[in-house]
Structure formats: C-alpha cells, structure tokens
Design a protein around this ligand. Structure first.
Ligand code: NAP
Length: 311
C-alpha cells in the first residue's frame, strides 16, 4: 500500500491511537507518525516501545506540518485539545477524532478549527477493555466498522482520503450523521455497557452476602459483564455525560422491556419468555452472518482475537 498522509499527528497515545500507529506502519500508510500524550509517563513508554517516529511534548508541537491530525483522547477532553492545536494547524490539513460520541465532539471541536481545515469526525467500532500506550495492536480494526460523520465544508476528496486510510488499516467504512451515530451507539454499545456496570455492581453488593461465591462460580454471562465493566472509567464517564439524551431514551425503553419480562416471570408466562428469547437469538445469528463475531464455542474462554468491547 502507498503513503496516504505524509505526516500524521496522534494526540493521545492510548489503545486506539496506538493501534492506529501499528496499523499505519503495517500498511505503510503514513510518511511520518508524530505522537504526544498528556503525561510524561505515557510519552516515555511510547518512546521506549517505538510507537511513533517522533514523540513530542505538546499537542501544538505535534500538529506542526501534519496533513492528518487524530484526536484520540477521552470525549470530554476534545474541546480543550482543539483549542490548543487550532492556531498551529497547517492549511488544508484534515482533523479527525476517534471519540465514541460524535455530536458533542462536533460541538466542542468545530469552533476551534480555522478556515481551510477539513473536519471529519470518526469512530472505529473496535476496542478492548485495556488502555494505555502498550495496549494497541495492528489488527484491532480489521473487519470492524469505522463510522465517519463529516461536517459541512469537508470536501469529498478529504473524506475519500480519510476513508482510504481506515480501509488501509483493515476497517469497513461508512458515513452517517453525527446525531444518528449517537442513537445507534446508544443501542449497540453505550446502554449495554451501563447495564454491565450495573449488573457487576449488583453482584458486588451480593458478594457481601454470599462471600466469594460470585467470583468462584462466575458463569459465562457474569464473566462477560465483568470484562465489559472493566473498561476505562474516564472514557465511559465521558460517554454518558456527552451522549446523555440518546442513552436516557434507550435506557427508558430497556426498563420497560425489563418490566415486561419481570411480569412474564411472575405470571409464569413461559410462552412469552420463549417467544422473546427466540427473537433475540435471531439477532445474534444476524451478527454472526454479518461477520461481526464468530460462533466458535467459547467455554474455555480462549480468544482468537484480542478485541472484544467497543466504545
Ligand atoms: P486510552 O487508552 O485511555 O488513552 C487515552 C489517551 O488520552 C492517553 O494518551 C491519555 O494521556 C490521554 N488523555 C486522557 N485524558 C486526557 C485529558 N484530559 N487531556 C488530554 N489528554 C488526555 O483511551 P482509548 O481507549 O485509546 O480512547 C481514546 C478515544 O477513543 C476516546 O475518545 C474513546 O471514547 C474512543 N474509543 C475507545 C474505544 C475503546 O474501546 N477503548 C473504542 C472506540 C473509540 P495519558 O496517558 O498521558 O493520561
């Protein structure tokens, strides 16, 4: 593959930026990768493992001369970073991000970007419960969707170029409106994470009653919840604070459904439960048929892919 951007600036050097660095290197997609992170500790690790061609101390420095700038920090920090880099961006550069919420990022970042810069927010639907500069890996985005939500003013050429980068990293790319993205993700990712956090919280309370049994006998369902509930607290705090309306909407619907099932259990309505579970099983089949998961037996918890969660 050939070089798509001459200089890529990664702002934030965690799981997603690190995976992008590995994937861009593997595909020869970037002439030079310059990275920066807030803490000197993260920057030192990035230097030590050779994550980027150059690690610099500030975001302002990182974006100098870059034709692609990737904001890979928690959603709540995007506005402040954009304010810092705004005056230092090269004319004609593309600014993108990888945040799990899109409308709020558009509102936070947009006002700080000068004329002549293309702003194309994005979100790779791939992740793990791990974070930090050592957690990235080149295959993270393979066969997973990346959603782009271009704002008015970004040219089709700039969008096509960013699309080519993601495709070069193995991703499937689609475009959609930022608000629609936030609603879809509230259903597929944000609310499920909240439910996992809640279920693990319930078990934690129960553990005080049943001592270690919750851990000792934890079955697949609960173990899957604990993995999701181990996701980065800062990232997920920001997701719920910035995708408030869509998450509350879906959570309301979830609560109504839960009451329907609760009533079916109370009334001994086996037909209702059976029909419900039959419908949900079909959704799982659809995901497997779409190539977004495998139906390999997983009882031994042996993972063939490292990625599991996603923001
Ligand atoms: P991560 O591994 O925790 O890395 C976050 C990076 O952001 C670190 O380099 C951190 O710097 C920096 N950072 C944290 N707070 C900051 C602040 N207030 N100001 C400036 N920099 C700050 O996170 P990640 O998983 O790569 O997530 C990055 C973005 O991708 C988030 O917006 C998240 O919503 C999105 N995303 C995540 C996933 C997922 O599953 N993890 C999936 C898709 C999208 P230090 O290390 O120096 O603290």
């Amino acid at each position: 593959m050939s070089v798509i951007y001459q200089r890529v600036a990664l702002i934030g050097l965690g799981l997603i930026a690190g995976s992008m660095a590995h994937a861009m290197r593997r595909g020869g997609l970037a002439g030079e990768i310059v990275g920066t992170a807030r803490s000197s500790g993260t920057r030192a690790v990035a230097e030590e493992i050779g994550l980027c061609d150059r690690v610099v101390a500030t975001a302002a420095e990182a974006v100098e001369g870059a034709d692609l700038v990737v904001l890979a920090v928690p959603v709540g920090a995007m506005g402040r970073v954009a304010e810092e880099i705004g005056p230092h961006l090269a004319p004609g550069a593309t600014v993108t991000d990888v945040g799990s919420v899109k409308k709020d990022v558009v509102d936070q970042v947009g006002p700080h970007l000068p004329e002549g810069v293309h702003f194309i927010p994005g979100h790779p639907l791939a992740g793990t419960e791990h974070s930090g500069p050592r957690s990235g890996f080149a295959a993270l985005f393979e066969n997973r969707y990346t959603l782009l939500t271009p704002v008015e003013g970004s040219t089709p050429e700039a969008v096509a170029r960013l699309r080519a980068l993601w495709e070069g990293m193995g991703a499937l790319v689609e475009e959609m409106e930022a608000e629609h993205h936030d609603l879809v993700l509230a259903v597929t990712s944000h609310t499920p994470h909240l439910i996992a956090y809640t279920m693990v919280g319930v078990a934690d309370h129960l553990r005080r009653v049943t001592e270690s049994e919750v851990i000792k006998y934890s079955a697949a369902g609960f173990r899957d919840f604990t993995r999701i509930a181990a996701s980065d607290p800062t990232m997920w705090r920001d997701v719920f604070l910035t995708n408030k309306e869509a998450t509350l909407d879906i959570l309301g619907r979830f609560t109504e459904e839960l009451f329907v099932l609760q009533r079916a259990i109370r009334m001994g309505d086996g037909d209702a439960l059976f029909d419900y579970f039959t419908r949900t099983r079909a959704i799982r089949r659809g995901i497997i048929e779409a190539g977004q998961d495998t139906d390999a037996p997983d009882f031994g918890r042996v993972k063939t892919r490292k990625e599991e969660g996603e923001g």
